[in-house]
Design a protein around this ligand. Structure first.
Ligand SMILES: C[S@@+](CC[C@H](N)C(=O)[O-])C[C@H]1O[C@@H](n2cnc3c(N)ncnc32)[C@H](O)[C@@H]1O
Length: 203
């Protein structure tokens, strides 16, 4: 089964796993401690899924868009946004890496999506081109792990990341003031997995 189909099928029950909700909220906390969130900001959540991060940020920013390759995930996001009367734009992306991300944005966030992207340096170059000058990225994902985080490794291109790789790729893409810290530690099947938050500004 393709990665996109797998996420389509998982969408309806995605939020029923407490660990994901707790992780997303910890990432939002980590983002807000690094980036001043204001009603002036146009924000994109790349790989937004059901919007656990998107909808927590929405009331704190000017506008927010959620982009994802899974129409199933975006459908759940749309239902939740409507129930909460939170306006947001949804962007269905082509799994091949194409599709317009919209913008330009002041802030692009992403949580637990980078490890599903084969060519992360290319994604960082793509993100920088959708930011306003001085705009910020805040990207959370697994630190390097032993491969045990996913039982089904379909569409998993990285077993987390060494922080030095993320730093180098961001700098190569033209980001400055790169900062990497620990957003949270998530617990799964008796094991701890640390999650980084990388923040950087378009140079
Ligand atoms: C582990 S989920 C995380 C979802 C959400 N950010 C959260 O924190 O709950 C990864 C998400 O990335 C999406 N995704 C996978 N490959 C992608 C790609 N190439 N471009 C954009 N989104 C992608 C999946 O459809 C899924 O919604």
């Amino acid at each position: 089964m393709s990665d996109t189909k797998r996420f389509d099928e998982a969408a309806a029950t995605w939020d029923s796993v407490d660990r994901r909700v707790v992780l997303a909220h910890a990432v939002v906390e980590a983002i807000s401690s690094r980036v001043p969130l204001t009603k002036e900001l146009a924000v994109l959540d790349f790989g937004c899924g059901t919007g656990l991060v998107t909808l927590a940020l929405a009331p704190q920013v000017g506008s927010i868009a959620g982009a994802d390759t899974s129409s199933g995930m975006l459908k759940i996001l749309a239902e939740k946004a409507e129930a909460k009367r939170l306006p947001l734009r949804q962007i269905l992306l082509d799994p091949s890496g194409g599709g317009d991300l919209g913008g330009p944005y002041d802030l692009i966030v992403s949580s637990m999506t980078l490890h599903h992207i084969a060519d992360v340096p290319a994604l960082f170059s793509r993100l920088v081109s959708h930011l306003n000058p001085g705009g910020t990225v805040a990207l959370a994902d697994l630190d390097e792990e032993d491969g045990s985080f996913h039982e089904d490794r379909t569409g998993v291109h990285h077993h987390g990341f060494p922080r030095a790789h993320i730093q180098a790729w961001l700098e190569q893409a033209g980001f400055r003031q790169v900062h990497l810290g620990t957003a949270t530690v998530t617990h799964k099947e008796g094991q701890d997995y640390s999650v980084f938050l990388a923040t950087a500004q378009r140079g």
